[in-house]
Design a protein around this ligand. Structure first.
Ligand code: GLY
Length: 369
């Protein structure tokens, strides 16, 4: 079947990463198309939207930290530009984060995190349990201490995705609402993709931004296929009735018995509680056990949640990479670029990914960030 070049850039995957790549590419004058059966879907439908470069710092992730911080710095301008352009409210909230400890083990863990943050030149403040409860009166009386991080904010990922779809449409991005079945390679370069119905779309450059599915696309040579795997996360959503507002003023999180739990309060009244981390392949079942653990741990932190209506339970698949850092930029196959493997940081890394990929698509190289 013939392959005519219909665009300069073809982005496979219409989650927030694919969309921001397409938007930024189109802004630079590249004729851009996105292939996805449901643009604006993907892991961002489930994500809580924490912009947590500082509170999600882990040992051994210093390179990722630099990228996370670069993206966090871009967020205010990025959100303002996107919101102004589309008229969408993104739910961007510069509310800060409080990470708390409930017992001696959690406290030791948090002290360790504080030391790592300070060694990395990051701003965070150690608070006593009483100081934590003064900031967040709904916290359990047993809270032993906490870290106040005013620089870790939040955005509503569903609103972000919807705004990016609108921005792409305004910039002239063409949407093909279908599954990409196979990468088309011609004369040793990526030349487009084949859809499930056999249609072939040609492009000068192809960006593989298919989230956890990025390692599955047929036709990608083995040595180029990104080592991305699905990592399941279950999330529950509660609603804070107006009479209880403000229930929480900022994101509250903790490690409870070794598991991360976070509560992200939106101005809309939504309270997102997440998330499990499960290596179960492609399974997206919401389980009684997953929901039970989230609610149990969140209840230990904020007992009052049991009064709130439970409005949604959902599971999504994070695109995990070997070192938890994303795979970005040109590959060994000419014409094929990657924007995938963002694991826990897809929403946070959206601005920097869009800028980096647009640079790579126009110059052939990734920029220094
Ligand atoms: N960044 C939060 C999560 O992946 O659960």
């Amino acid at each position: 079947m013939s392959l005519s070049r219909t665009s300069d850039v073809l982005v496979i995957g219409g989650g927030v990463i694919g969309l921001v790549t397409a938007w930024r590419a189109a802004q630079r004058g590249l004729r851009t198309a996105v292939v996805d059966p449901e643009p604006g879907g993907g892991a961002a439908r489930v994500a809580a939207g924490m912009l947590a470069a500082v509170t999600e710092l882990h040992h051994g992730e210093q390179t990722l930290l630099g990228l996370n911080l670069a993206s966090a710095r871009r967020y205010p301008d990025f959100a303002a530009e996107l919101s102004e352009l589309t008229g969408h409210d993104l739910g961007y909230r510069r509310c800060g984060t409080l990470a708390v400890a409930l017992d001696a083990d959690d406290r030791a863990h948090l002290r360790e995190l504080h030391a790592l943050q300070r060694a990395s030149g990051l701003e965070s403040e150690w608070l006593s349990g009483r100081e934590c409860r003064r900031l967040e009166p709904m916290l359990a009386p047993g809270v032993r201490g906490g870290l106040r991080v005013d620089g870790d904010h939040q955005i509503d990922p569903r609103r972000l995705a919807a705004a990016l779809v609108a921005a792409c449409e305004r910039a002239g991005v063409v949407f093909h609402r279908a599954w990409a079945e196979r990468l088309v390679v011609q004369q040793d370069r990526a030349a487009g993709c084949e859809l499930r119905d056999g249609t072939r779309l040609g492009a000068e450059q192809v960006v593989l931004a298919a989230g956890s599915r990025s390692g599955q696309l047929a036709g990608v040579p083995d040595d180029v296929l990104p080592p991305v795997r699905p990592v399941k996360g279950q999330v529950v959503r509660l609603t804070v009735p107006k009479r209880y507002a403000p229930f929480l003023n900022r994101t509250v999180r903790a490690v409870v018995r070794g598991s991360q739990v976070y509560l992200v309060p939106r101005l809309s009244g939504e309270l997102v509680i997440g998330a499990t981390t499960e290596e179960l392949g492609w399974d997206t079942t919401v389980t009684a056990g997953g929901v039970y653990e989230l609610l149990r741990d969140a209840h230990e932190l904020v007992p009052g949640i049991t009064e709130l209506p439970l409005t949604e339970t959902r599971a999504g698949l994070r695109p995990g990479s070997p070192d938890n850092a994303p795979l970005l930029g040109p590959t060994e196959l000419p014409g094929l670029l990657l924007a995938t493997g963002h694991y826990r940081n897809g929403v946070l890394l959206t601005p920097v990914t869009g800028d980096a990929l647009a640079h790579a698509l126009t110059t052939g190289e990734l920029p220094d960030v």
